[in-house]
Design a protein around this ligand. Structure first.
Ligand SMILES: [Zn+2]
Length: 569
């Protein structure tokens, strides 16, 4: 039986990671009066030794004990519900520490057209959708969509305003790229924004121009706000509806905890309302965005900081952006991409301002997470983290780099020495692998690595960055093991493939640690929250390519059955 071993481990962890760690101690020695007893299962506990057991007892939202069916039989009492899983595989609830889940759900609810793969395969198909939509609307009404990706369109180029003008001359159109780092507006929308060839790009943004200096309609990073500011206001209940959609979709695919990043105030309010009304069954860490020193000071002045909240809803890290996106060619690099001479990308913050803002925030108790994809951006962030840690005397504050796309051995060395964590994106290898070789074949070797993190003892978590890739964590788990690019079919940096158990660690133990929750989540051990899933096949023995097809049959959060729907993705 694992009762004793589990408790000893928990005490060790609790002592090691005070003060944020919290220990759910149980009365010693006894396992009785369980509310739920799982039997006859293959429970992959994801504990330190990767134990596999058949039975698990649960009471008061927590795991009482794990062991064999015979060992746990005494846990049952008159009120115990016993569940025979007939050999099915059980895993800890999966955790995604980098999503834009609520914004994704809002877009699903508010968009007029879906220009994303696999719904469409060409610009011609997108303009057909817009023609149809425009025919139902009075002139002047906005047409919105999100999710297009030129690498998956037959034309293999950005959509331009001219494509859109041809089918919707009288309706302003805004189509956001799947990365969120750019969008395209038609001429009607540019006119409403008073955007001409002479309009200066805002700081941290790019107004894309053609050979004659005219705007193409494509706006990158901060320049998107020129048009986004004009979009119609959302209905007042949109955010709350989006919480329902996120909760349902996340639980269906086996996620029991997500971190929702760059949350605006109305989204935080909606999560809080769902929690208050008692129907938030998904655990959420909310991460606000800070874009200036003044915003950093305002947030620090607010008095709350990382981990404020409860087991279902709490504040996570504070997010900042160091650079842009790979598809937008705005990541900050030391060497430009092919065909982009002189383009070293965007550094969104002046280094001294980033340090100032991060100093203020870390000093106020916030965990830091910073988006950095290019190598030059990662060095800027690591410089800032290093100086903040030194100034404030922080030993292991678990600062995070989000994405860490174009890694190098030198960057890995810095990550290890500074104990900086990585919120990685394994699913990008499949969905976005076509972009990697643009930065040079030799850099593909180090792009979105995984095995190197394990070898270098860097704590990396796997994330979807939904809507950049689909919300299902099974894409990332599969991609960690397979590393196959969708378009070329090639295995990218095969030396970076990991085993299935290592892949599962990146969706269980590691992200629990990232979120300061390793005492509560990430493995099925006594004292931890009873967040677990039942899946339709044995993930330890199926052929690799089946990992992306895994269906979640049941999802339990705090011992409560919250989803039983298996859905195709
Ligand atoms: Zn993101």
């Amino acid at each position: 039986m694992k009762i004793l071993l589990g408790r000893v481990f928990l005490i060790f962890v609790a002592l090691s990671f005070q003060p944020l760690a919290r220990l759910h101690a149980k009365p010693s020695g006894q396992c009785s009066d369980a509310e739920l007893l799982i039997r006859n299962a293959k429970i992959i506990t994801m504990d330190r030794t990767h134990s596999i057991v058949t039975s698990m007892a649960i009471r008061d939202s927590h795991i009482l004990a794990v062991g064999s069916d015979a060992e746990l039989a005494p846990c049952a009492g008159p009120r115990t519900q016993s569940l025979d899983l007939q050999g099915h595989v059980v895993l800890p609830g999966l955790i995604d520490v980098h999503t834009h889940a609520l914004e994704w759900a809002k877009n699903v609810l508010r968009n007029d057209v879906d220009p994303g793969y696999p719904k469409v395969h060409s610009i011609a198909e997108i303009t057909k959708l817009i023609t149809e939509r425009a025919s139902t609307l009075p002139s002047g009404k906005w047409i919105r969509g999100a999710g297009w990706d030129e690498s998956k369109l037959a034309e293999h180029r950005y959509i331009t305003r001219k494509d859109l003008d041809a089918v919707a001359p009288n309706n302003p159109v805004w189509l956001e790229h799947f990365t969120g780092h750019l969008g395209v507006a038609n001429t009607r929308a540019l006119e409403l924004a008073h955007l001409t060839r002479n309009t200066p790009a805002p700081s941290g943004g790019v107004i894309d121009k053609d050979g004659s200096g005219e705007p193409t309609g494509v706006l990158k990073d901060n320049a998107q706000s020129l048009v986004q500011a004009l979009l119609p206001h959302d209905p007042s209940d949109l955010a709350l509806k989006a919480v329902r959609l996120v909760t349902q979709r996340a639980l269906e695919v086996g996620l029991t905890t997500i971190h929702d990043i760059c949350l605006p105030a109305d989204s935080m309010r909606a999560y809080q309302q769902a929690r208050k009304e008692g129907w938030l069954k998904l655990r959420v860490q909310m991460a606000p965005l800070v874009s200036s020193v003044a915003e950093a000071q305002a947030l620090a002045n607010g008095g709350v900081y990382t981990a404020f909240g409860d087991d279902f809803l709490k504040l996570g890290a504070v997010k900042m952006f160091a650079d842009g996106g790979m598809a937008a060619k705005t990541i900050a690099v030391y060497e430009p991409a092919a065909g982009e001479p002189g383009n070293l990308g965007l550094l969104i913050w002046k280094p001294e301002d980033m340090q100032k803002a991060q100093h203020i925030l870390a000093g106020a108790g916030w965990q830091l997470e910073t988006h950095a994809i290019g190598d030059r951006a990662m060095d800027e962030v690591l410089d800032s983290y290093q100086s903040v840690m030194k100034d404030l005397g922080l030993k292991e504050p678990r600062f995070r780099i989000v994405h860490a796309g174009l890694s190098t051995p030198a960057i890995q060395k810095r990550l290890r020495e500074l104990h900086v964590l990585v919120d990685g994106n394994p699913a990008f290898v499949y969905w976005l692998g076509a972009f990697f070789p643009k930065y040079g074949a030799q850099r593909v070797r180090w792009t979105y690595p995984a095995k190197s993190y394990i070898e270098n003892r860097i704590v990396a978590a796997g994330t979807s960055d939904v809507p950049v890739t689909p919300i299902s964590p099974w894409w990332g788990i599969w991609a960690l093991v397979a590393r196959r690019d969708m378009q070329s079919g090639q295995i990218l940096a095969p030396e970076e493939r990991v085993t299935i158990l290592e892949a599962l660690e990146m969706y269980t133990r590691n992200p629990a640690y990232t979120g300061f929750e390793e005492n509560q989540k990430g493995s099925l051990e006594p004292g931890k929250l009873a967040d677990f899933i039942v899946v339709d096949r044995d993930v330890l023995s199926v052929p690799t390519d089946e990992l992306k097809d895994v269906q979640v049959l049941k999802t339990f959060v705090g011992g409560e059955l919250v989803s039983t729907k298996a859905v195709p993705r």
